[in-house]
Design a protein around this ligand. Structure first.
Ligand SMILES: O=P(O)(O)O[C@@H]1[C@H](O)[C@H](OP(=O)(O)O)[C@@H](O)[C@H](O)[C@H]1O
Length: 226
């Protein structure tokens, strides 16, 4: 239920950013990634909760929060990238760079802003991030040497959901009675009859059974080619 996941995410965030940690808690960090990739929690909620941790007076919590943010950007795809590069969030990151009392947080933040900018360099949608990097350079912040390999986000994420007036497979028109459903594997919109099956989608980090259409079900369950 939403409550359980909602509460669960706060517990996971507290664990992953605890000042008692001697090293990053990658298990909790990757569980947070999975909750986002499975669409169990919205990226906006997680990134908003992270703000409090990023501005922690405790240097360890603040730095671990930055490592969680780095993992979300690397592993959860465009849904996180779009939240990260909202102007309001970029302005928050700019402010964090100016005001954090923790030098390690500042230098890690500069490294991430540069890496993210390189990764998003071809996409004007993420212009707000470029803007704060330009501003921070003008304000005298020294960005480290870019390591292009750090900017390769390889994780596959489930496709965004398409919309439509008819079932993508049998073409039946949607109505008050004939409801829309989405296949988590291809993102297309279908009637109930064409998406009556479920499957896990490990390639998208989805370990629980989720709704899939008949053709994606056949694709996901056929014995892998020898
Ligand atoms: O409950 P409804 O009012 O029919 O709304 C639909 C359900 O939320 C479907 O969820 P599902 O794919 O998990 O069935 C979703 O895929 C559709 O986009 C929504 O329009």
């Amino acid at each position: 239920s939403l409550f359980r996941t909602g509460k669960n995410i706060d517990v996971l965030l507290d664990k992953a950013t605890s000042h008692l940690l001697m090293e990053p808690d990658w298990v909790s960090t990757l569980q947070i990634c999975d909750l986002i990739r499975q669409n169990d929690v919205q990226p906006k909620q997680v990134l908003t909760s992270l703000k409090k941790k990023l501005t922690s007076q405790n240097p360890h919590s603040a730095l671990y929060a930055l490592l969680v943010l780095e993992s979300l950007v690397k592993n959860c795809g465009t849904v996180v990238h779009e939240e990260l590069t909202q102007k309001t969030y970029c302005d928050f990151l700019h402010e964090l760079g100016k005001t954090t009392p923790h030098e390690k947080v500042r230098s890690k933040l500069l490294e991430l802003i540069q890496t993210w900018n390189f990764a998003f360099r071809k996409n004007p949608k993420h212009g707000a991030l470029k803007n704060i990097m330009t501003l921070m350079k003008a304000e005298g912040y020294k960005f480290p040497t870019l390591r292009e390999s750090d900017a390769m986000f390889s994780a596959d994420t489930a496709p965004e959901w398409a919309d439509g007036d008819v079932c993508h497979r049998c073409r039946v028109p949607f109505s008050m009675i004939q409801r829309k459903h989405h296949c988590r594997a291809c993102g297309q919109v279908f009637c109930g009859q064409c998406t009556s099956k479920t499957s896990t989608l490990p390639k998208y980090g989805i370990e629980k059974e989720v709704r899939v259409c008949d053709s994606c079900y056949d694709e996901a369950t056929k014995p892998s080619a020898a």
